[in-house]
Design a protein around this ligand. Structure first.
Ligand SMILES: O=C1O[C@H](COP(=O)(O)O)[C@@H](O)[C@H](O)[C@H]1O
Length: 257
């Protein structure tokens, strides 16, 4: 597991633009090295803002969209098209605006599929298993980039502090009774998050500053799920100044004035 690096941008707007630029470069590099790439999306304010910035820049054409697999780190267990679904936000911000191969877009199924949250999680784990190659050495692909938001309580994806999902070793699980609505969700677990080559934790706002500090320190991932979000090769905490305001000096690097 990698030790996190911290980059700080002036505000949420600059942060979203910087993440978009980094994402385009990262995906283009991965595709040129391997022919295709795997990207894991997050819901939440900054994750969707970054996708909107990707859609807005002509540099998006550097990515070969038909050769990209899109996954989600978590989903709110709501019907397809519900505005609160992470999938809906991502489609509106970017996915409906680029030339993706629909077979390579992998949403987590909702209740409109006539299945339970548990079945949805199991199906997603199966889909990940089928996409994993021999060289991935595990039940999920080695995602090139896995993006995460961070809640003020330290949650990432739908892994909330001290809830059963943070103890679970299956790749994907159903979550019931989440403290943030909606209560029923599907989430990748820590083991799946840690299979990614790069994990990017993207956070803006003063209300998250305490969670950022705890997620960067040696907190336990049970109490602070963000502290367990680490990539195999690289972990980046991409922050705005407000979110970085409680990090001890020396740990941070300012990336834009
Ligand atoms: O509910 C969720 O919240 C987190 C954080 O969202 P934010 O708006 O506070 O940044 C998000 O990462 C997760 O995907 C989502 O389901």
């Amino acid at each position: 597991m990698s030790v996190p690096s911290v980059l700080i941008h002036r505000d949420a707007d600059v942060l979203a633009k910087a993440v978009a630029a980094r994402l385009i470069t990262g995906l283009a590099d991965a595709q040129s090295a391997k022919g295709s790439a795997h990207l894991v999306l997050t819901g939440g304010g900054m994750g969707i803002a970054a996708l909107r910035e990707v859609a807005a820049t002509p540099a998006r054409d550097a990515v070969e969209w038909p050769r990209l697999d899109i996954w989600w780190g978590d989903e709110r267990f709501l019907p397809t098209g519900d505005p609160e679904r992470n999938e809906t936000g991502a489609r509106e911000a970017l996915l409906d605006r680029v030339d993706l191969d629909p077979a390579r877009v992998h949403p987590m199924l909702g209740p409109d599929s006539g299945i339970s949250a548990e079945e949805s999680a199991e199906r997603y784990a199966d889909e990940l298993r089928k996409a994993a190659r021999h060289e991935d050495h595990g039940p999920v692909p080695s995602f090139d980039v896995l993006m995460l938001g961070l809640g003020p309580d330290g949650h990432v994806a739908s892994l909330f502090p001290e809830m059963p999902a943070v103890y679970d070793e299956r790749p994907v699980v159903a979550v019931h009774g989440a403290p943030k609505p909606p209560p029923t969700r599907i989430s990748m677990t820590h083991s799946t998050i840690r299979a990614a080559r790069e994990v990017w934790v993207i956070v803006a706002g003063e209300d998250k500053a305490g969670a950022v500090r705890l997620a960067l320190q040696e907190s336990g991932p049970i109490q602070v799920p963000g502290a367990g979000a680490r990539g195999r090769l690289r972990t980046l905490f991409l922050l705005d100044r407000a979110a970085a305001s409680k990090i001890p000096p020396g740990l941070t690097r300012r990336a834009s004035p």
